[in-house]
Design a protein around this ligand. Sequence first.
Ligand SMILES: Nc1nc2c(ncn2[C@@H]2O[C@H](COP(=O)(O)OP(=O)(O)OP(=O)(O)O)[C@@H](O)[C@H]2O)c(=O)[nH]1
Ligand SMILES: [Mg+2]
Length: 298
Amino acid sequence: MVTWINALARTRNRIGSALTAVFKRSGAVDEDVLEELEETLLAADVPLRLIMEWTTSLREGYRGLDVSAKSMLRERLLRALASCEPFDWPPAPRPHTTLIVGVNGAGKTTTTAKLAWRAQAGGLTPLLAATDTFRAAGADQLRIWADRVGCDVVAGQQGADAAAVAFDALAAAQARGRDVVLVDTAGRMHTRKPLMDELGKVRRAIQSRIGREPDETWIVLDASMGQNAITQARQFHQVAPLTGCIIAKLDGSAKAGFVFAVVHELGIPVRFAGLGEGMGDLTPFDATAFVDALLEDE
Ligand SMILES: Nc1nc2c(ncn2[C@@H]2O[C@H](COP(=O)(O)OP(=O)(O)OP(=O)(O)O)[C@@H](O)[C@H]2O)c(=O)[nH]1
Ligand SMILES: [Mg+2]
């Protein structure tokens, strides 16, 4: 199992020296060091507005107070992520239904499977819906994962109507009394209107079967995509209102500050983070563990 500390190694390499320079210094936090801190946080994809807020309050608040600059920054970082309560499936409604969306290659299919594994490990019965009918490989990939997890999968033929597959999957889950349905969707560019319209259709098909909106709609974002991912997510939000986000490939990124950008600029919580390729490497997003790993001394 990957730990937060290991998964954030690349980001820590990048911002570690600047943070250490600030925090090892006794006495006042000086201007040069704060500037360096601003630059390094920016390089880690933390939004500029947040950085300015933090360094301003460090500059002012540190004076004459008997608290360390590190604990002050820690508290600011945690506050910025306050909306990120770790997710667990609630006892009702059933089947609890989550729509997984995102651009091509973000990590949707593997993340969907890892979620099923988590649900199963928590004593729930998941069912996977493979609505990526663009490529035959789309459904096959999810079938292979479903075999590994040991759960049901409902898939359509290549070229089938994605919304119809979603509808059938929900019908099967209801008939079989499954607890959790995870709907994987095809990757789509946020700029391609017909594909975005299809997503709207999938959403409406779910709604017509279960009589309510999907319980969650999560966008999977690749941690290394930076500001671009924020723009993409806004477009998805128009078609399928997002209730949260999953940050995949955080282990491969040197820019974990992206997490702050997502929460701050999209206003949605981060629910899970992908810290590796293994089945168990999708972890409920734990803001405290994340911040402490960022600020850990080498
Ligand atoms: N290191 C690492 N790799 C990941 C993580 N999540 C996904 N990947 C890898 O990213 C690649 C793409 O993952 P998929 O799940 O196929 O992505 P997708 O969004 O379903 O792709 P499309 O369906 O083609 O749009 C795979 O090689 C995954 O193993 C993660 O958290 N960490
Ligand atoms: Mg996929």
